[in-house]
Design a protein around this ligand. Structure first.
Ligand code: CMP
Length: 138
């Protein structure tokens, strides 16, 4: 079993799509181990996306991620990191395979509905960003 971090982004939450996306993830075999709804501060969004600081879309991404609440979840299943990325679809919804979360719910490469950790190492760091050890015992 492996764990990964997902964020249902402000576009998904504002559109009322959180429940649908959680259903989709559960149908793909993910167990929700921990869940939090929160509004990221600017400092939190900047820190979470620190790796993208030099990219031209960084300030716009931070503005988007702080415009409203997100739902962060710790998800568990076999090969959770790789499988979640498959279920999310490509970053740009124009390239996302039919039936993926982004094909169904994303509107642009930035407003792309969902985030998932890109490696097992980053999953550990990103889970710790949102959840304490005590949250992750389930
Ligand atoms: P995510 O998987 O959360 O990782 C970084 C995010 O930056 C990505 O999803 C998109 O929301 C955003 N992003 C990536 N590439 C671009 C781009 N070319 N233009 C605008 N936003 C982008």
């Amino acid at each position: 079993m492996e764990r990964t971090l997902t964020i249902l982004k402000p576009d998904s939450v504002a559109a009322g799509n959180s429940g649908k996306i959680i259903d989709h993830l559960e149908a793909e075999g993910f167990e929700v181990v921990a869940i939090r709804k929160l509004r990221l501060s600017e400092a939190q969004a900047q820190a979470f996306y620190e790796v993208h600081r030099e990219r031209p879309f960084y300030s716009s991404l931070v503005a988007f991620m702080t415009e409203g609440p997100v739902v962060a979840m710790a998800l568990e299943r076999e090969n959770a990191v790789r499988k979640l990325r498959e279920v999310m679809g490509a970053t740009n919804p124009d390239d996302a395979a039919p039936g993926t979360v982004r094909a169904l719910h994303a509107s642009s490469i930035e407003r792309n509905a969902i985030h998932g950790s890109d490696s097992p190492e980053n999953a550990l760091l990103e889970l710790a960003f949102f959840f304490s050890r005590a949250d992750l015992v389930g």
